[in-house]
Design a protein around this ligand. Structure first.
Ligand code: PMP
Length: 296
């Protein structure tokens, strides 16, 4: 698929409110609470060899996200699970990114939600074979610390993959890219290291792996998978609050996310990390790649 082609103007199909419809007809009116107030939740999933990795976990998080922001999705888990596969089949994909979205529509404007209608759609695309450019994913990313922080748990619902808080990620990403970096490291409201703009972060020193405690940001499904995988390989994983001046104590660092998968980090601000074929990160990338392709 042509990379320059906009996401709106494509051929293909989208599942929307219970039906598979032509991609170009999957429109929503501009008067909608989802668009104006970011009253929306979404998922990001990947299918490998025709099978969505951790599909059930993603569907559960989708419903949980909606529940946390007070939205009732008018479909069952089963219907969403089936819809994802129907759509992948219809699009004839084996490997693709899967994007379920639920948003408050235009039955009501303003901030009241009592009369709101809920729309649900699923789109799939195959452009994101890698989320970062393949050469950057191989060589490692350059990150810069963002001036934008992950908010406190009583400021934003951090366990929901809700659209609203993503403006913090967008601002951080824009800050990094304008300065010539690939991505940003976000700290949290207390000043602890939190995560990348769309991915969790890990640090490695020998057999020890440290990762921030997900107490104000998403405990990613990939993060949990990597923790299990590394533990089963004999690594010692510690979830801890990490101060920015500690990130120079590690040999390697990497990001994890459904889109990012496992992506090595070459530097954060002035700290440099090992990258390349001899690193633990490289081994994890290969192991993860085998795992997702062979998951049944
Ligand atoms: N943090 C943020 C801000 C994200 O957008 C994502 C991607 N969903 C993650 C972490 C990683 O989550 P997962 O591994 O479940 O994709």
């Amino acid at each position: 698929m042509n990379m320059l082609k906009s996401f709106e103007n494509r051929d293909g199909w989208i599942w929307m409110n219970g039906k598979i419809i032509p991609w170009k007809d999957a429109n929503s009116h501009i008067i909608s609470q989802g668009l104006h107030y970011a009253s929306a939740v979404f998922e990001g999933e990947r299918a490998y060899n025709g099978k969505i990795f951790k599909s059930e976990e993603h569907t559960k998080r989708f419903f949980k996200s909606a529940e946390i922001i007070g939205m009732e999705i008018p479909f069952t888990h089963d219907q969403i699970n089936k819809a994802k596969y129907e759509l992948i089949d219809k699009m004839n994909y084996k490997n693709c990114y899967v994007r379920p979205l639920a948003w408050r529509g235009g039955n009501q404007m303003g901030l009241s939600t009592g009369e709101s209608n809920i729309n649900v759609a699923i789109a799939v695309w195959d452009d994101w074979a890698t989320y970062f450019k393949i050469e950057d994913q191989k060589a490692g990313l350059r990150l810069i610390t963002s001036p934008w922080k992950r908010p406190a748990p009583d400021t934003a619902p951090y366990e929901a993959k809700a659209s609203g808080p993503y403006i913090i990620c967008t601002l951080s990403k824009e800050f990094a890219e304008k300065k010539g970096y690939h991505d940003a490291l976000m700290l949290d409201y207390r000043g602890y290291v939190a995560e990348g703009t769309g991915a969790n972060i890990f640090f490695i020193k020998d057999k020890n792996i440290h990762t921030p405690i997900p107490d104000c940001f998403l405990n990613g499904i990939t993060r949990q998978t990597v923790i299990e995988m590394a533990t089963s390989q004999g690594f010692q994983i510690t979830e801890k609050h990490l101060m920015p001046d500690e990130i120079g104590n590690y040999d390697e660092a990497f990001l994890t996310g459904t889109a990012a998968e496992i992506t090595p980090i070459k530097s954060i601000d002035d700290f440099k990390y090992n990258t390349g074929d001899n690193t633990t990160t490289f081994k994890f990338m290969n192991d993860f790649s085998d795992m997702v392709k062979n998951a049944s």
